[in-house]
Design a protein around this ligand. Sequence first.
Ligand SMILES: [Zn+2]
Length: 362
Amino acid sequence: MGAPTKFRAMSPTQRWQAVLARDRRFDGAFVYAVRSTGIYCRPSCASRRPRRTQVTFFPIPEAAEREGYRACRRCHPADVIGGDPAIALVREAARAIAAGARPRGDARRLTRAFKRVLGITPRAYAEARRLDRFKQELKRRKQVSPALYEAGYGSSSRVYERTDAQLGMTPARYARGGNGVGIAYVTVATVLGRLLVAATERGVCRVALADNAGILEQDLRAEFPNARVVEDKSGKLHGWVTAILAYLEGREPDLDLPLDIRATAFQRRVWQELQQIPFGQTRTYAEVARRLGQPTAARAVAQACANNPAALVIPCHRVVRAGGDQGGYRWGVERKQRLLEMEVTSPSRQEPQTPGRVRTVK
Ligand SMILES: [Zn+2]
């Protein structure tokens, strides 16, 4: 027997060694995808080896394509015909599912092959495909509802069930069997206009700024059409609101509140990266992209900032354009300007540790 053909029997280290060795025996056993280029290859591809941290392995080409990777034009990884009939069966079925069709053939045999090659059932695979389409659609649009329908979900309550564990940063049950999740909110006056803080029982789901409470409430209800949205009269949001107000006065540099928000995988990475930027400092969109290991993704970073649901808590105002331009802000560029000024002049400001690389405004 030659090399093992079972992807799942190999450790990531074994796969990586096969890639480093350009070992042809593993062609057909798996493909590797490179995040920085968006391309996937067979193990023996003659192209330059990527950094290990950039690499993700997939058992079949269709699974890499599912994640948005394109086949390498040099090694044509999708054309490899492996010796394992289960892999061929799974690949054919995966292509049918991707095309929106039902896979043909004996259902039990197909299920066995799927479990062996991909570790999941054909049904779970089809569900995951739909979730991918939904996430892609979400990236393109801000509004949730049209994305749900374009991804083939019948009702919005169902998608939240399905995606609950898979989309959120700390996932919310935005709907449970048709019952809306409870969202409490308050609005208070601040130096930057009206501030809204909204939360589920798990954490803050929205922090927003606007000129008046009416706009904030309207936007909140539009964002969560199936939720029970009520103004909080009990004072349970008081602690979080107090922390945010203290931050706005420059007295609370580390705004660390529990979040309950939806995010695509990329948004989550961007937002987590933003939370690493110290109070009083800024980064450019390109710097954030580089830190994520995706140097060409500056525009996608800007897009993720524009979709930030939690102003201030996720400090997207600390991301600016290169060359000193402060860039856009979901809640108004004037507010961004004032926030940056407040942080820079606050006694809570932390001095940049590497002054050459870190930009501060003014
Ligand atoms: Zn290649």
